[in-house]
Write a protein that binds this ligand. Structure first.
Ligand code: F6R
Length: 590
């Protein structure tokens, strides 16, 4: 959420524009760039997408120092005035910010009788830099840093200095160098296009980049040695039809193979028997889709483990009084590894003596740094705001980790674990068979697009799949949708059944087929339309038949028709599937 880029290189303005395009998935309501000139800082900003900024900046002269920002609004409405960068009143500092300055109202009062040009918390930082400027930009920046509360990644241009300054507290920020220049950015994958060596700015650090390289300090001014590594070069190309989402869904079979290899090559769970046997409760913590993968993993593994498996939404976990001690293991699940709620939850577990285990797609992320152990889900860059392949890879990784936990605890035999590893090899092909039916899903989506509400139902291990199908559909099609355990409909929600309502029943367990058939009949008898996703058919539902797989891995397959259904329904309704309204990827504020 919100993307920041800074460049000191030839053509810094056009490179920053290119980088903002790559960062656009992090926020796309407005954008801007500040370019350092000989005697001034020029700011260009506009409401709308990066394309609007590109248009505004056509013909603008180059500079060799620039910072840019693409915004997902938190404080202040979406308008050009609230777009970043912000200039200080004397125009000597330009600031871009990702995060929330929680004490901005108090800071504004401290600044006294000045006129702000925006409704944002971020503009305060530019004004504070002017007020406290003592002739040394880094010293001033540290003074300002110590006044700020909240989360922030901030980049600053200072007039007449061919440098970029930055602050990092909680929000992500990386720096990178190459033969062509020095850069900073919110995202490792994006900066890898420009930098051959990258370092993550530590939490609570101030940074100066210049043609001479990178200097990092803590907020007391003590130097920190940057820890450089060679980033993986990330390709970021949309599919043939211009969307990332469909391309990412079609990558699932390949990515599932990599997720399994990642588990094996990464050495599996890496807990000792003594450690594994110490746990009395295992939390699975995440937000949105990552929460649904925790729900799913817990539901599938419950019968394998003699320990409480507790899926919890990260934002609830932080402030709820969930018991944590040395007997708690927490899997913190996050595609980006930067979701603020999930990182805070990891910090809470660690501070109370629990064991933290990141399950993430980004090994250099804040979450990975906050956790004792990390498992990489190997889903590759995911750029559509709606998460798809990362979900399937989270399920694969969690299934294997939890089964191995069972082996260490003695509740799963080594033989069953080996069988799971073998069965997991069949999943990519089963997903590929579902993908082969995408034209059938597209046809069903025509009908779903005409509905005013869609309910997803499933029992036991199919209920989390229903949750994920519902989340996917609502976030990109804007059709009202809810998920229910199938048996729960009759306790109130049946009142909503009518002809323009659709119910999608997910059923992968033949033992529960009859129960789900009754739920389907109950809704169709009240005029609703029913679809089923199952290895078998129901008399009253239009079927999407999926391959029968081992129940422990079935959810990695059964969610795929629902991901496709959301995609095709949103397309049918003319939605921007990759960038749904009001949302952004990588939610770095609480
Ligand atoms: C939904 C979606 C979100 C994310 C959630 C957590 O399609 O993408 O619900 O799953 O914001 O994001 P990560 O996994 O990056 O922590």
């Amino acid at each position: 959420m919100c993307g920041i880029f800074g460049a000191i290189c030839d053509g810094a303005v056009s490179n920053t524009l290119k980088a903002l395009k790559l960062l656009e998935y992090r926020g796309y309501d407005s954008a801007g760039i500040a370019a350092l000139r000989n005697d001034k800082i020029d700011v260009y900003k506009t409401e709308g997408r990066i394309a609007a900024l590109q248009e505004l900046m056509r013909g603008v002269p180059e500079s060799d120092v620039a910072i840019g920002h693409t915004r997902w609004a938190t404080h202040g409405s979406v308008c050009t005035a609230n777009a970043h960068p912000f200039l200080s009143p004397d125009k000597k500092f330009a600031v871009v910010h990702n995060g929330i300055i929680e004490n901005h109202l108090q800071l504004k009062r401290e600044l006294g009788n000045v006129r702000f040009t925006s409704q944002t918390d971020s503009e305060t930082v530019a004004y504070l830099l002017e007020k406290y400027f003592d002739g040394d930009v880094m010293r001033t920046l540290l003074t300002v840093a110590r006044k700020l509360q909240g989360s922030f990644a901030i980049a600053v241009l200072a007039l007449c200095e061919r440098k970029i300054y930055a602050l990092r507290s909680k929000s992500p920020l990386v720096v990178g160098t190459s033969a062509d220049g020095v850069f900073l950015c919110s995202d490792v994958r994006c900066i890898s296009r420009w930098a051959s060596r990258v370092a993550v700015c530590p939490d609570g650090s101030a940074v100066e980049i210049s043609a001479d390289g990178v200097r990092i300090f803590d907020f007391s001014g003590a130097p920190i040695q940057p820890d450089f590594f060679v980033p993986e070069r990330a390709e970021q190309a949309a599919g043939a039809n211009g969307d990332f989402m469909l391309k990412e869904i079609f990558e699932i079979p390949h990515r599932l193979r990599l997720a399994k290899q990642g588990y094996v090559n990464g050495g599996g769970l890496r807990l000792s028997v003594a450690e594994a046997r110490r746990f009395r409760r295992v939390y699975l913590i995440g937000c949105g889709t990552a929460h649904n993968s925790g729900l799913q993993a817990a539901s599938s593994a419950r019968r394998l483990l003699d320990v409480d498996l507790l899926p919890v939404v990260a934002s609830e976990f932080i402030y709820g009084d969930y018991p944590v001690g040395a007997d708690a293991l927490a899997f913190l699940i996050s595609q980006s590894g930067e979701t603020a709620d999930t990182v805070r939850a990891a910090e809470r577990v660690a501070s109370l003596g629990g064991v933290t285990y990141a399950v993430t797609n980004t090994s250099e992320s804040s979450l990975a740094f906050a956790c004792k152990y990390t498992a990489n889900i190997c889903a590759g860059g995911e750029y559509a705001v709606a998460s798809t392949k990362a979900y399937n890879c989270q399920l694969m990784t969690l299934a294997l980790l939890l089964s191995e936990l069972g082996v260490l605890r003695g509740s799963v035999t080594a033989q069953s674990h080996a069988e799971l590893l073998r069965n997991s090899d069949a999943v990519p092909d089963a997903v590929a068979q579902v993908l082969d039916k995408s034209a059938d899903v597209a046809r069903l989506a025509e009908e779903v697009a005409r509905c005013k509400a869609v309910f997803f139902i499933g029992r036991t291990t199919d209920y989390p799949t229903a949750c994920e199908g519902s989340l996917k559909l609502k976030e990109i099609s804007y059709i009202h949708s809810e998920a229910y355990p199938a048996g729960e409909l009759k306790h109130g929600t049946l009142a909503l059944m009518e002809s323009d309502v659709c119910v999608v029943a997910v059923s992968t367990d033949p033992a529960l087929k009859g129960k789900t058939a009754s739920s389907v009949t109950e809704v169709t008898a009240r005029g609703a339309r029913a679809l089923s996703v199952a290895p078998y058919t129901f008399p009253d539902a239009t079927p999407l038949v999926i391959p029968q797989t081992d129940p422990f891995v079935a959810a990695m397959v059964s969610v795929v028709p629902l991901q496709l259904l959301a995609y095709y329904t949103a397309k049918r309704l003319g939605r921007d599937v990759d960038k749904p309204r009001h949302l952004a990827k990588s939610v770095t504020v609480e």
